[in-house]
Every structure is written in structure tokens, then in C-alpha cells.
Design a protein around this ligand. Structure first.
Ligand code: ARG
Length: 266
């Protein structure tokens, strides 16, 4: 069975506002290059890695809709739709909810006073849902989602504003491996990770790699897809039996996103 991934074409993508430290409206993305880079990622996933890609129609005035990782967190046939913290992204909620409904998923919406940014801030490792908090997701959503889905949710505090979503600094891989950047987390979160994930399963990126969004990776079987990064990282992956694919996503970095942000595993 091939992996199923949701993507959204970048028709209306641009740097229209600033809601994370990477965004600067003075540094625009180049539209035709962004389209090319998105298509390269799409083709790599679809043709080289045999992923079944589903598309959602892009909408005007919501340029960050390309970052489908933030649509929802999935649990089997259930889609828990995000409640975005920045008002600029809130109009996306109904578009994503409609798509999941049309596709036959059970759509769950959260209470209004609870920010939660979907798979950007909630990732499964083993049977635990690790969830980031402070910058974009409220910790109150964690226990709520745990009760709702009847799964263990472990909260990890993000302390470096450049790594404002969990998926910018934490990426679970097949067989319970983990790519992560320790300085993005507070001491307690680091202790949790070290306790729960054996040392031989942890792939630690350095500062430069973290800044190229190396943790923002898409894992399909033994393949790991990232933005352009170091040779060192490719070697680390190879040692653990993974194959590294790099694809230039410079235009999406300008919005604070890379490979993983542009995808949502269904
Ligand atoms: N500009 C977008 C935002 O700040 C980028 C989202 C990146 N997505 C992610 N899953 N990290 O919301």
C-alpha cells in the first residue's frame, strides 16, 4: 500500500504577512520558482517514491494554504481540524474541513479558544502523539486531543522562535527513529525525548542543518526528503539504513516552511 499525502498547489503563494521569524514581506518569494520547486517535490514524491498524492484546490487570500501539514492531525479516518493562532490563517480551517468531509473523513473541530496547528505541531512516534506548544499551539489542546482520540499525548515545549512548529525541529521516521534539533526544546522536553527514544535511534542535526529545515523531512519507507542540506546529514541517515533525497525549497523557506510543511500524511 502506497503512502497517501495531501498537498496544495502554490497558485496563490506569497509572503503577504509576517507570522513567524522567517517571514519578511520585503523578501518576496519568486512565484515561478516557487511553482517549479513545489512541482519538483510533488514529482519526487509521486514518481520516485510512489506516493499517492491528493490535492486540495488552492484558495485566494490564504497564501500559506500550501502548508497542508497545518490542516489537521489525522487519526485513522478522523481529521482533527486545526484552530490557527494567527488570524491570517484562520480562513483556511473551513477549506480544509470541507475537503476532509467531501473525502469521507470524520471531521472533528476543536473549541474556539484552543490554538492547535495540526500535524505541524503533532507527530506520532510509536503510539505516542508528541505535540509542540507555546508559539502556535496551546498546551490545553494536548489533553483535549488525548481524551478525544484516546491516545497518549506528550507535550514538548518549543523555546527557540525560529523553530515555532514541532515539525521544524522534530521528525519521527520509520522504525521509531527520530531526527531532531535539541536546542529547539526546553530541558524537560529534552529529557523526555532522551528517556523515550533510545540513543541509537536519535539522529541529531547541527545548527546549520537545523537552519536549513533539515528536520522538516518527509519520510516514506526508507526515503527521507528534505530541503538542500549537508552531506554529513546524508551520511547519518545512510548509517541508519535511510536514503536521503534533497530538493531545493528556498522559496518556501521564506515563509518558514520546507518539505514536511508542504505535505500532510493521510
Ligand atoms: N508561514 C506559515 C506559518 O507560519 C508556515 C507554516 C509551516 N508549516 C509547518 N508545518 N511548519 O504558518
Amino acid at each position: 500500500m502506497s503512502a497517501k499525502i495531501l498537498m496544495c498547489p502554490p497558485d496563490y503563494y506569497e509572503i503577504k504577512y509576517e507570522i513567524n521569524p522567517w517571514m519578511n514581506v520585503e523578501i518576496q518569494s519568486e512565484q515561478s520558482l516557487a511553482k517549479k520547486q513545489w512541482a519538483n517535490l510533488y514529482n519526487l514524491l509521486k514518481n520516485d517514491l510512489n506516493v499517492d498524492i491528493k490535492l486540495i484546490e488552492p484558495k485566494k487570500d490564504v497564501p500559506d494554504m500550501v502548508f497542508t501539514a497545518n490542516a489537521a492531525v489525522m487519526h485513522g479516518n478522523k481529521a482533527v481540524i486545526s484552530k490557527f493562532k494567527p488570524p491570517q490563517r484562520q480562513p483556511e480551517e473551513k477549506y480544509f474541513a470541507e475537503w476532509f468531509e467531501q473525502q469521507g473523513y470524520e471531521v472533528i473541530t476543536l473549541k474556539d479558544d484552543m490554538a492547535f496547528e495540526g500535524a505541524g505541531d503533532a507527530l506520532y512516534l510509536g503510539n505516542i502523539l508528541y505535540s509542540g506548544y507555546v508559539p502556535r499551539t496551546d498546551i490545553s489542546s494536548h489533553s483535549y486531543i488525548s481524551d478525544l482520540l484516546k491516545i497518549p499525548v506528550v507535550s514538548l515545549e518549543l523555546v527557540n522562535s525560529s523553530f515555532y512548529h514541532l515539525d521544524t525541529c522534530f521528525c519521527p521516521l520509520k522504525d521509531d527513529y527520530l531526527i531532531y534539533y535539541p536546542p529547539a526544546f526546553d530541558e524537560y522536553a529534552n529529557r523526555i525525548i532522551e528517556t523515550n527514544v533510545p540513543a541509537e535511534k536519535r539522529i541529531i542535526v547541527n545548527e546549520e542543518e537545523a537552519a536549513s529545515f533539515t528536520c522538516n523531512a518527509v519520510n516514506v519507507d526508507n526515503a527521507v526528503v528534505t530541503n538542500l542540506t549537508s552531506k554529513r546529514f546524508g551520511k547519518l541517515l545512510a548509517e541508519k539504513g535511510f536514503k536521503h533525497y534533497e530538493t531545493d525549497l528556498s522559496e518556501f523557506m521564506k515563509a518558514g516552511g520546507a518539505a514536511k510543511c508542504l505535505t500532510l500524511k493521510l
